[in-house]
Design a protein around this ligand. Structure first.
Ligand code: GUN
Ligand code: FE
Length: 450
């Protein structure tokens, strides 16, 4: 696939638009000029022979919008498999904070590369990343190099009883976040945006949480990203400190808005659900992480019933241990069925959470999340013809195929902002073998520093 011309026509078997009517188009082609979807042509009447750009003919492949994951920790990719079978606070204290604290530039870059490569090979085109305490510019450099659409920001920690070495001062956290936002917000033609990232309530002072919220308003289009209400021991500690539940406390200090993305939202009361609704807060649902850390099952059907924004995220590699949106979609559906009945979280609903609802959560649904004229060309071609996929050919079976049967291995090619980043299962920007061998070397080096 050459990039020498700036006009392309993709002719797939079918187009899953994820528009307001959930249209699935057959015998149609998506035209891309530069970075945008410029037209969708009906092949019954459109004279392809007159098209003066490059034509990609894929009669076997399904075209879908790029996936959006709204809670990721790229800095943790190296730690996959090193922190299994622990609950959240032990996981942070014994493993994750010491490991993150041991990063240097090389190990961080290696971790971020491995994470981005896995995400792109799996069809993810936009992420909200939580960053880490130091060296955040490395994460931005790699995101820019990779062509990923991303919200990212340095993780902020100004108090830490769990692992005291892993923190900075309130003043320094605010100062460095402000500088990073000035340096990187709206970089790469607006593909990179700042996501302010106070880590979670137990490692952030009220002053830090509040001041960060004020700062976020100085950068229109940025996001306020934190964890909330994930684990029972965590919220018991919150109750002890503040005499309130996690979201109640966030509300009392005025940090909740439609630009707030809260990862998890598992242990919440009625008052907190009303608060989320009233403030139009976004919930990032991370089913693998919630199961693996034994945190619980978020009441997503209730959130959806209340009209609360829900999108999906794989969280970090050591609490998953994959970064595949396919696994998150499948689990997001299956884990609710024993609790609420088999009709909830049907495949089409879940597919929307992984695409347009992710875009809506981040206020970029005018740009991405569906295949519609005028949107950026963030597109994924899936090969849904494997032995593991249903052999039917009814239009709406495509959601079932993608959510219940497909995996990252069914991703054929990926385009972000009109540029191919994965072409026939091969990354354009990274050599997979080199990324893995470098990750092994850097992990070994890092473990000597822990
Ligand atoms: N809470 C605070 N930090 C983290 C983290 O890195 N992962 C998860 N799942 N929860 C957190
Ligand atoms: Fe997380």
């Amino acid at each position: 696939m050459s990039e020498s011309k700036n006009r392309w026509l993709i002719i797939p078997k079918e187009i899953v638009t994820v528009d307001d009517q959930n249209r699935i188009l057959k015998n149609q082609a998506v035209e891309i000029i530069d970075n945008k979807i410029s037209a969708i042509h009906d092949l019954g009447s459109y004279p392809i022979e007159k098209f003066d750009g490059e034509v990609f003919n894929y009669p076997q492949l399904t075209l879908i919008p790029g996936f959006i994951q709204t809670h990721i920790h790229l800095c943790q990719t190296l730690f996959r498999g090193l922190a299994d079978d622990l609950e959240l606070l032990d996981w942070l204290q014994l493993k994750i904070f010491p490991y993150e604290n041991a990063h240097n530039k090389d190990s961080l870059r290696s971790s971020v590369r491995a994470g981005i490569l896995e995400l792109q090979l799996g069809g993810t085109t936009t992420i909200l990343d939580m960053g880490t305490l130091s060296l955040q510019e490395i994460i931005f450099e790699e995101l820019i190099y990779s062509g990923m659409r991303a919200f990212a920001g340095k993780c902020m920690v100004d108090q830490n009883d769990i692992f005291p070495e892993f923190k900075s001062t309130t003043k320094d956290e605010l100062k460095s976040s402000y500088q990073l936002a000035k340096d990187f917000h709206n970089e790469s033609n607006g593909m990179i945006k700042y996501g302010f990232a106070p880590r979670f309530i137990l490692t952030c002072s009220d002053e830090l949480l509040r001041e960060t919220s004020e700062m976020q308003k100085d950068f229109p289009g940025s996001i306020y990203h934190t964890h909330s209400s994930e684990n029972k021991n965590e919220i018991a500690e919150v109750r002890k400190r503040y005499g309130q539940e996690n979201i109640e406390h966030f509300n009392s200090i005025g940090i909740l808005s439609d630009h707030t993305v809260l990862a998890h939202g598992i242990h919440v009361n009625e008052n907190e659900i009303n608060t989320l609704k009233k403030n139009d807060v976004r919930i990032s649902h991370c089913p693998s992480s919630n199961l693996k850390l034994g945190s619980g099952i978020a009441n997503i059907p209730r959130y959806l019933k209340e009209g609360i924004s829900v999108s999906l995220g794989a969280d970090g590699a050591p609490c998953n241990n994959n970064l595949s949106v396919f696994i998150e979609m499948r689990l997001a559906s299956l884990i609710q069925k024993p609790l609420h009945g088999p009709k909830v979280m049907d495949a089409q609903t879940v597919f929307r959470l992984a695409t347009i609802e992710g875009a809506r959560a981040l206020h970029i649904d005018g740009e991405t999340g569906s295949i519609e004229v005028g949107k950026k060309a963030d597109l994924v071609l899936l090969d849904l013809n494997g032995v593991e996929i249903p052999y039917t050919d009814n239009e709406h079976d495509v959601y079932s195929k993608i959510v219940y049967s497909a995996s990252a291995h069914n991703v054929h090619s990926v385009m972000i902002e009109g540029k191919w980043v994965v072409n026939d299962r091969v990354s354009k920007n990274y050599d997979s073998k080199e990324v893995v061998s470098n990750a092994k070397t850097e992990l070994n080096n890092l473990l000597k520093r822990v």
